[in-house]
Design a binder for this molecule. Sequence first.
Ligand code: UT7
Length: 333
Amino acid sequence: MKTGIRAKISALGTYVPPKILSNFDLEKMVDTTNEWILERTGIRERHLVEKGMAASDLAVGAVRNLVERHGVDLNEVEAIVLGTVTPDMMYPSTACLVQHKLGLKNVWGFDVSAGCSGFVFALTTGAKLVESGAHKKVLVIGADVNSSMIDYSDRSTCIIFGDGAGAVLLEPAAEGEDVGLIDFVHQVEGFGGEYLCMPGGGSLNPASKETVEQNMHVVHQDGQQVFKYAVKKMAEMTERVLHKNGLTGQDVDCFIAHQANKRIIMATADRLKMPHEKVIVNIDRYGNTTAGTIPLAMMTALEEGKLKKGDTLLIASVGAGFTSGASILKWAF
Ligand code: UT7
C-alpha cells in the first residue's frame, strides 16, 4: 500500500555503561598490544556492562536519554522494534522487557535478529509501520551486550567488541517536509553463518555441560573471512542504494557505517570517493557494539556538527548471517 507517508527520525538517544576496558587493560589479559589493536581496528577502548546489566537495561538507558534530549511523551509510542543478538534471554523478546521496564501502555513490539545489521533492519521495519499509516510513533532500538558472549581469552574477538545502545523515534514527516527514510537495500546470505556465530544455546545445540566444555556459548569468528566479505559487501550495498536513487557518493553529506573496523569503513568511503570529513568514526571510543553502533555514530555526528537538518545521510552495515544493508535518509533535526 502506497500512502505517500515518509517516516522521519524525530528523536535520538544513546547509552553506554560507564565501565571502560582500554587496549592497555587488554594487554594484561591476552597476548596483544595497544599498537596492534589501534592499527588493525582503530579501537582504543570500549564500554562494558557490570554483571547483572542486560540488553534491555541498555535499551532503556538509550530511550531515557532520548526522552531527556527531546521531551518525547512515551505514552504516545505505539510500537517497539529492537535489534539485538544478545537478548536478555531466549524469550520473551527484549522488546517486551523494555515495554515493561518503561511502563508503556498499548504498545506492541518485537526483536530483530540481524547481527551488526540489527539497527539498519529494525529502522526499515519501523519505518514501514509508519509509512503504511498503521502507526504514528515507533521506537527503534539497537542494543547489545557483546561482553556477555565474548571469550576474554580469545585475542582475535575480545579486542573488537563493546556494549552499547541507541534509540530513535520514528514518526510521519509533515506534508511537504523533505526529511525521512528515502530508500534501502538489504540482503541476507546465510552461507556466512559459519564465519561469525555463537553455536551453543539454541535448538541445535541446547545448553548442556558438553556445550559449555566445548566453549560453544561464546562468539566464534573467522575474522579474515568476515573482513573480506564486509569490505566487498559494504561497497556493493552503498553503491546499489545510491545508484537506485540517481545519487553518487558526492551527494551524501554524512556517511555512517557500522563500526566494526576502521579499515572497513574507510575502504567503503574511498570506494565512494567520499571525503573523510563526511565519514563518522567513533570506533576508537566504543568498539563494535553490534546493533548499537549506528545510533551511537548518529549522536557523534550531531555532536561534531557533521549532521544537520536536511542533510543526506547514508547508513550501511554488514554483520553476522551474513546480513547487509544500506539506507538513505534526509535528516530531520
Ligand atoms: O561486525 C561484524 C563483526 N566483525 C568484523 O567485522 C570483524 C572483521 N575482521 C576484522 O576486523 C579483522 O579480521 C580482525 C581485527 C579480527 C583481525 O585482524 P586481521 O588483520 O585480519 O588479523 P588476522 O586474523 O589476519 O591475524 C594476523 C595476525 C595473526 O598472527 P600470525 O598468524 O600472522 O602470526 C594473528 O594470530 O595477527 C594475530 N592476531 C593478533 N595479534 C595481536 C590476531 N589478533 C591479535 C591481537 N593482537 N589481538
